[in-house]
Design a protein around this ligand. Structure first.
Ligand SMILES: Nc1ncnc2c1ncn2[C@@H]1O[C@H](COP(=O)(O)OP(=O)(O)OP(=O)(O)O)[C@@H](O)[C@H]1O
Length: 465
């Protein structure tokens, strides 16, 4: 609000607090006649009206900014909480674009808000300074019009000095500039913090995982993966004498593991809790480094290569279609494509027919959080619908059916094999063994055992997916 000479912060002498509230008015009129208080009040009313005009658009902008900031923070939190599942999907680029879009719209609104606030601040400061000049003017008018003609120069200067509050007021205005130094200090602190963050990110980007060689770090959609490598084309992962420990504690999980995962040779990884099953998948996905040995990923991420279904399902914000085709949305941004039939079919196969109706169709922009409206089992089913849609050569499944019944699990795994996927899965149920050719059992403390699984049955293949 305005802080003019008639306002609460008017700098009349400190002793004025002991005077009645009408003291400034009577004091001013005693020196200047009716002209003083009337012009000050007139000035105050004009100022208030201008203030009102300048403030109105700020309020709505502020509301919009708060909403966008909430959206952005939510997205930020979502990525922090789901950093690992998102990394398994190699969704960094997509999530970066999505988050950046929200950040840009927030920044745009903030810029507009600052622009509007600038005019308000210009108004406030202009009022402050003109107010102090007005104080001089209202005392100058009676002096120059001869009202105080009978006063001696000494008395006149005493009169003027009684209005010295104007000077105090001016000092107050200048001290506001000095106050800015605290803001500058804040900005310097924030800048320093952001600088540190940026340095850390840059150093992470530079750091190379020496034991891990990845054919392609991003999703391959054009099939341009060259087969120059001497290793057979049908091999996805080649592990040679890999030793794996927990990075933070150094606890040994796997020692000298040799493993080749090739097409048609599905591997099931079993073992007690904490023996390192998920950790091995992290190493395969390049999220963790091995302590020793070499890990080669000879395929790419995506439909032509490998897709990871992490232990905790990952969903982004957006429509049902975006959940199913994730993270391809940014690559094929057009909606309503010829894929509708496939998507609906895979939703049905995953047992999510009703979800289509609940979401109001494939492209309805729902504003709910997918984690809130889906049960754990439905989340896993939706992850499978995504897997069916992406139809990769290799699927890495980390307890991807833990919330589902054995029958449903059987159907989903059967579909994966029918779609030609080679599976690398972590699971606890013996009923899963029949879908795999090899069982890798982790015993903890570095010990492991690889056995051929005899139970794999030939499953009838179906065309048309
Ligand atoms: N992000 C992490 N930071 C530090 N230690 C971790 C992290 N994730 C797992 N660990 C530790 O690594 C060890 C192996 O964990 P991992 O998740 O691979 O086990 P798991 O065999 O998959 O178990 P579960 O069957 O319960 O999923 C555990 O002792 C765990 O406490």
């Amino acid at each position: 609000m305005w802080r003019g000479s008639a306002g609460s912060s008017a700098p009349w002498p400190a002793s004025s607090s002991s005077h009645p509230s009408h003291w400034p008015t009577t004091h001013t009129s005693a020196f200047t006649g009716w002209l003083g208080p009337v012009s000050i009040f007139g000035y105050f009313i004009i100022g208030t009206m201008i203030n009102k005009v300048l403030m109105s658009p700020i309020v709505s902008k502020l509301v919009q900014q708060e909403k966008l900031e909430g959206d952005f923070r939510f997205k930020h939190m979502q990525i922090r909480v789901n950093a690992e599942p998102a990394a398994f999907y190699r969704a960094g680029r997509v999530e970066h674009m999505r988050t950046n879009r929200r950040l840009q719209s927030l920044l745009k609104t903030q810029r507009e808000l600052i622009g509007k606030e600038l005019w308000l601040y210009i108004g406030i400061n202009t009022f402050d300074y003109l107010g102090s000049i007005l104080s001089y003017v209202v005392i100058a008018i009676p002096i120059f019009s001869g009202v105080y003609g009978d006063l001696s120069p000494t008395e006149l200067s005493a009169l003027v000095s009684k209005n010295a509050f104007v000077s105090i007021y001016l000092i107050g205005c200048f001290s506001q500039l000095i106050d800015l130094s605290s803001t500058v200090t804040d900005v310097a602190g924030y800048t320093h913090r952001i600088g540190e963050l940026q340095e850390t990110l840059l150093s992470l980007g530079r750091k190379e995982n020496g034991n891990y060689s990845e054919a392609k770090t991003s999703w391959d959609l054009d099939g341009s993966h060259s087969g120059e490598d001497p290793v057979p084309r049908d091999t996805a992962f080649l592990l040679e004498r890999v030793t794996l420990s927990v990075p933070s504690s150094g606890k040994l999980l796997i020692k000298d593991l040799n493993l080749r995962i090739s097409q048609g040779n599905s591997v099931m990884i079993v073992g007690n809790t904490g023996t390192g099953k998920t950790s091995l998948l992290r190493v395969l996905g390049g999220l963790w480094e091995s302590t020793r040995g070499s890990i080669r990923m000879l395929t790419c991420f995506g439909p032509r290569g490998v897709v990871f279904l992490p232990q905790r399902p990952f969903f982004t914000d957006g429509s049902l279609r975006e959940q199913v085709i994730y993270p391809l949305k940014e690559i094929y941004p057009l909606s309503g494509s010829a894929d509708d039939e496939r998507i609906v079919r895979f939703l049905e196969l995953a047992g999510l027919t009703d979800l289509l109706a609940r979401a109001g169709g494939l492209d309805e922009q729902v504003d709910w959080n997918w984690y809130d409206i889906l049960s754990p089992g439905e989340m896993q089913r939706l992850s499978f619908a995504r897997l069916f849609y992406l139809q990769p050569k290799y699927a890495v499944l980390d307890e991807a059916t833990s919330a589902l019944t054995e029958e449903v699990e059987h159907e989903l795994y059967r579909m994966c094999l029918q779609l030609g996927m080679t599976l690398i899965s972590v699971g606890h149920r013996p009923s899963l063994e029949k879908f795999h050719s090899w069982i890798l059992k982790l015993h903890g403390e570095g010990r492991w055992e690889l056995t051929r699984c005899e139970k794999l049955k030939r499953l009838p293949s179906e065309e048309g997916y």
